[in-house]
Design a protein around this ligand. Structure first.
Ligand SMILES: Nc1ncnc2c1ncn2[C@@H]1O[C@H](COP(=O)(O)OP(=O)(O)O)[C@@H](O)[C@H]1O
Ligand SMILES: [Mg+2]
Length: 62
């Protein structure tokens, strides 16, 4: 199956990059495609959207 890379890029924050990424990944994953989502923004909204929360010691609580 072909690999597809989709990037949500903008020089400004708060315009919906993380939101559209998580919704698109969710939709695509419902089909036969496997999905990996990466959030390169230090804000790391996708971590929170996916239920991962950074603890004070820098580790994630799953
Ligand atoms: N289509 C939309 N309609 C209304 N609010 C939205 C929409 N897309 C995103 N938001 C809200 O805008 C805020 C910023 O979205 P986010 O995806 O975190 O932006 P970015 O990743 O570009 O910084 C969030 O509070 C999100 O819930
Ligand atoms: Mg974001």
């Amino acid at each position: 199956m072909a690999q597809v890379v989709i990037a949500a890029l903008a020089t400004v924050g708060g315009v919906g990059k993380s939101t559209i990424s998580v919704h698109l990944a969710d939709k695509v994953s419902k089909g036969r495609q496997r999905v990996a989502i990466l959030d390169l923004d230090p804000q790391r909204s996708l971590d929170v959207f996916c239920g991962f929360h950074t603890m004070s010691n820098g580790f994630y609580k799953a």
